[in-house]
Design a protein around this ligand. Structure first.
Ligand SMILES: Nc1ncnc2c1ncn2[C@@H]1O[C@H](COP(=O)(O)OP(=O)(O)O)[C@@H](O)[C@H]1O
Ligand SMILES: [Mg+2]
Length: 249
């Protein structure tokens, strides 16, 4: 594991690089272009928000960046790996090693306790040691404020607590990047703010790159970089100043 030193903050490394990234879907009658020729870089440790209307392609883009889906064309490099050149198994390897994912609907396994849910990604590791994994999961549950709920199953946890478990699970393999698709979409305002702050704190503490899809312009404005997906194009948004304009890409 490389250390997140001061130097690496000063000289950021590109962790995601997209060139002419395009997603077109062939439907029975016509071809649907979800986005076309996106070009952008994300630096290690950065917080990046992606906003856009419902149906604008945010989840599709996030799924491709997280290597869950493949783009129809273009080049995508994630953690040094050229994704288009990898097969399914190799992409799974990249995900396992480098990527954590947080979903709007939490996606916890209902019959497992919070602790077991958090430990789950470690079970896929070759050298799985129960006691070590358990300790690591407990530490993370403590970090997200759920030490006392470790033995509870998801159904007795609140939405915010379930999302905390999901965040701990996403972090347990110490990923380089966390992708979060509307992680506060199912939470009330106050809980949403707590979860947002937790994601930012963890980004700062651990140096984990955070790529966040959100509906919330206030949240997006808190991120170091904010892109809007508009008509299949990614348009960088800049903090509102009286004369600030959106520059074309
Ligand atoms: N496999 C698919 N087949 C057909 N349409 C799709 C497919 N995947 C996504 N879409 C369409 O692409 C658009 C973008 O979807 P999505 O990425 O879920 O948007 P968002 O997350 O911004 O709401 C939507 O209109 C959706 O219906
Ligand atoms: Mg979506």
């Amino acid at each position: 594991m490389t250390q997140n030193t001061k130097e690496s903050n000063i000289m950021p490394q590109t962790i995601i690089s997209a060139q002419n990234l395009t997603q077109k879907i062939q439907l029975a009658q016509k071809q649907l272009t979800i986005f076309e020729n996106l070009n952008f870089d994300i630096q290690e440790g950065e917080q990046v928000a992606i906003t856009g209307r419902s149906g604008s392609g945010k989840s599709t883009l996030l799924g491709i960046l997280a290597t869950l889906d493949q783009a129809s064309s273009g080049k995508l490099v994630v953690c040094g790996e050229s994704i288009a050149e990898l097969n399914e198994e190799q992409r799974a390897e990249v995900r396992l090693k480098h990527i954590g994912f947080v979903f709007q609907s939490f996606q916890l396994l209902p019959h497992l306790t919070a602790l077991e849910n958090v430990m789950l990604p470690l079970r896929l590791q070759e050298k799985f040691k129960y006691a070590e994994a358990e300790q690591k999961a407990l530490n993370l549950l403590k970090r997200v404020g759920l030490e006392r709920q470790a033995q509870q199953t998801p159904k007795v946890l609140s939405g915010g607590e379930q999302q905390r478990v999901a965040i701990a699970r996403a972090l347990i393999r110490e990923p380089k990047i966390i992708f979060a698709d509307e992680p506060t979409g199912n939470l009330d305002g106050e809980t949403a703010t707590e979860i947002e702050q937790l994601l930012f704190e963890l980004n700062r503490e651990l140096g984990t790159t955070l790529v966040l899809v959100t509906h919330d312009p206030k949240l997006a404005a808190q991120c170091q970089r904010h892109y809007a997906l508009i008509d299949g194009q990614l348009v960088e948004q800049f903090a509102a100043k009286p004369t600030a304009a959106i520059t074309g890409g």
